[in-house]
Design a protein around this ligand. Structure first.
Ligand SMILES: *Cc1c(COP(=O)(O)O)cnc(C)c1O
Length: 220
């Protein structure tokens, strides 16, 4: 497992670099978030041993079980990338370096309160439900501008960008382009988009972070 994860990481990094260069961008301007959800701690350790330091997890509880012991031994950055319940906000603020899924005023309230209690401020991204899918988390497109302004006022420099997960059965390009354009309009530098199946397209559309799971850790 250790060898194949290291090999997969190398391959994904090469593909990121090629996609960046093809788009006239610098490979080092794109950060790989290795999505380790459902995978054992040994898989994360193998990725750490191969030099990967940025990880994404969907569930706060799973992240809280896996990451604190690893963090004691390695410098790493933990991103929460799954829809967040308000009652998990405090745990998320305690354990995460980045919360990519701020998506509603109630969650902003909960995160703000958690920041005050924990005395630490994670970096924040706003998730937008670009495909208006009812089952998905993310602020509605039409509400995005006002929510971004509100979160900027509340969180200041901690708010760095936008994130999306386009509908599975659609061309992701219009979603990626919309998100990158919206981030630029708001002066937000980070655009988190692209997964195993479409990260090269996301890079062509302006992604600065790509979230890749199965291409590194294998199928779930
Ligand atoms: C699981 C997940 C990913 C990674 O998906 P893969 O297809 O395994 O690369 C990226 N982003 C989010 C929000 C996810 O839930």
């Amino acid at each position: 497992m250790t060898d194949s994860i290291a090999e997969n990481l190398r391959r994904v990094q090469d593909r990121i670099a090629s996609a960046a260069i093809a788009a006239g961008r610098k490979p080092e301007d794109i950060t790989l978030v290795a999505v380790s959800k459902t995978k054992p701690v040994e898989a994360v350790a193998a990725a750490l041993a191969a030099g990967q330091t940025v990880f994404g997890e969907n569930r706060v509880q799973e992240a809280a079980a896996k990451f604190p012991p690893l963090r004691a031994k390695h410098p790493l950055s933990l991103h929460i990338i799954g829809g967040l319940q308000t009652n998990k906000a405090r745990d998320a603020v305690r354990i995460a370096d980045v919360i990519e899924t701020l998506d509603r005023p109630k969650l902003a309230d909960a995160i703000e309160a958690a920041i005050a209690k924990e005395g630490r401020t994670p970096t924040l991204l706003i998730e937008v439900n670009t495909g208006s899918e009812p089952q998905k988390s993310g602020i509605a497109r039409d509400d995005a501008d006002s929510f971004i302004d509100e979160c900027k006022a509340r969180f200041g420099a901690a708010l760095v960008g936008l994130m999306c997960v386009p509908p599975q059965d659609e061309d992701p390009r219009p979603h990626f382009t919309w998100l990158a354009d919206r981030a630029a309009r708001h002066g937000l530098k980070t655009v988190s988009m692209g997964m195993s199946s479409d990260f090269e397209i996301a890079i062509a559309c302006g992604a600065t972070w790509v979230r890749v799971g199965s291409a590194i850790f294998g199928a779930r």
